[in-house]
Design a protein around this ligand. Structure first.
Ligand code: HEC
Length: 109
């Protein structure tokens, strides 16, 4: 029983870590600073500066020209390999969207 539970946990961790899109149950307390939410939920795919993995070959965020609302909708619904983060609050998704815009705009300077 215990072993099975561990197996299930390991399997779901693996699945969420290598990312097949789908639905993420990642959540954070409402008052968590957005940078920390990003770090815990998004960095493993998007990198700490949003520039993606493997030197930007994978999952780089290119939010320039998009509105925070548009990005927040993608965070809510997911897209292709981007999981849907429906367990985060609307406020958190908007904060993440603005965080991403800030991250990527700073880098482009
Ligand atoms: C499993 C890997 C993975 C995780 C974890 C992940 N993303 Fe993504 N994300 C992607 C991929 C892949 C795309 C590109 C989707 C596509 O092909 O359209 C993407 C796209 C996006 C976009 C759309 C960018 C645009 O230009 O429209 C936003 C915004 C975004 N992610 C935010 C986040 C946030 C915020 C988190 C954390 C809460 C997060 N992502 C976690 C893989 C991931």
């Amino acid at each position: 029983m215990f072993k099975q539970t561990l197996l299930i946990i390991a399997a779901s961790l693996l699945l969420s870590a290598c990312g097949k899109g789908g639905i993420s149950d990642f959540s954070a307390p409402e008052n968590t600073p957005v940078a920390q939410v990003f770090k815990e939920g998004c960095v493993r795919c998007h990198g700490s500066d949003g520039g993606g993995m493997l030197f930007g070959l994978m999952f780089a965020l290119e939010p320039q020209g998009k509105s925070a609302t548009e990005l927040a909708t993608t965070i809510l619904s997911g897209r292709e390999k981007m999981p849907a983060f429906a367990a985060l609050s609307e406020k958190q998704r908007m904060a993440l969207a603005n965080h991403i815009l800030a991250l990527r705009n700073t880098e482009a300077k």
